[in-house]
Design a protein around this ligand. Sequence first.
Ligand SMILES: *Cc1c(COP(=O)(O)O)cnc(C)c1O
Length: 466
Amino acid sequence: MRTMAEAVLGRVIGHVATLGEQPAGSPAQDGSELCRRLREGPPEAGTELGELLAPLFEEWIPCSFNTPGPGYLAFIPGGGLFPAALGDFVAAAVNRYTGVWRLAPALVQLEANVLDWFRQWLQMPPTTRGLLTSGGSLATFSAIVTARERLLGSRLRDGVMYCSTQAHHSIAKAARLAGILADRQRTIEADGRFRLCPGELEAAIRRDRAAGLRPFLVVSSAGTVTTGAIDPLDVVAEICAREGLWHHVDGAYGGFFFLCPELRPALRGLSRADSVVLDPHKGLFLPYGTGALLVRDGEALRQAHAASAGYLPALPEGEMYDPSQYGPELSRPYRGLGVWLPLKLFGAARFRAALSEKRELALLAAERLAAVPGIEIVAPPELSLFAFQLGRPGASPQERNAATRELIDRVVARGRIMLSGAMVGQKFLGRVCVLSFRTRRDRVEQGLEDLREETAEIVGRPGPLS
Ligand SMILES: *Cc1c(COP(=O)(O)O)cnc(C)c1O
């Protein structure tokens, strides 16, 4: 065991320690050729560990986006704290059964502790219960199932839900899986700052009621993936309270910024939500595979998922938390340790400081970029994400879109930062999202240099912009 573990550890440390020197962007090859070569039948005989690790670390891992690296400002960055990986290693190696409380009570309690820390950070009431999931998508699924069970019961087909045009696509997908079909999902217009329009929401609710349908759920975003917009959570909470609807908040990107006192005003209303999705594998810098759901009425979450069988041990007494009663899984990975270990090891203060730092870096980047001739900041940072476009007086919308795409491609090709873009309405926007704990000021400055130089090249060319 020791020899194998040391071989793995040596490779991992060598890899992680050089993340900053590895290209920040996508790999040069698209991977199809490599994948064709990799196909093979089931192995009948074994292979030496070293022979397996060599191509893994030298060829297959390098053929990927450097998502945990300091230059990764694309999509919503992850991070992958090393102690979380150690927690996951211990969890897998001891392989205890944490789906059912009785089989590993103390381990399950650590997971319950983590969920209760999240609850306290979000200032939700003690009635709140939650669940650690594989990610935001599955947490959203359980939230929608809970709202559906609580408010629609068996009359599922009449139920209507609402979210803005800027909502993450995982919401429509989770809703479909939860039995809310596309003709009962309404998308509400966003305002000039890409936030859900409460007036439009109210009008849509009125229309559906008049048609004999049953509005039951509004999903708002605490930070959209496209521009980082925060919907008016407080106003939506008020509408939901008045109309008797469930208010779910998608905080997969932005929820953990509530830890930072200076950002709480921007997220006002989050604490009033009926349910909130958080993504520790984004905002807490953990490895992919950990999402979280909090439901204010914990009993509603339990009732939507509770199940028993004659061959299972008796359920615990009321105060004990049993994951299988609060979520869709029975056998499951022990996710709690990978969250608990880094939080105990570093303390919340360091996470708060890191989140504040990422926000400061986004503010700095947006301010500097705004001063570059040709760049327009279309959505300034509300948290740590902003969106921009490249243009020139007289340039058509198509030219601006193409020029913005070109700028991103050219900057990414330089290998120091990775950016991504998004179609928002008819506009293609470049995005910068600072959320990897490894992104520090030096890398942001380098990225700004690349953006400034490439912008000057594109804008300075004679003829049309693109
Ligand atoms: C990432 C993300 C999701 C989906 O979460 P997964 O963990 O990828 O399943 C949903 N909403 C927002 C805003 C996100 O950033």
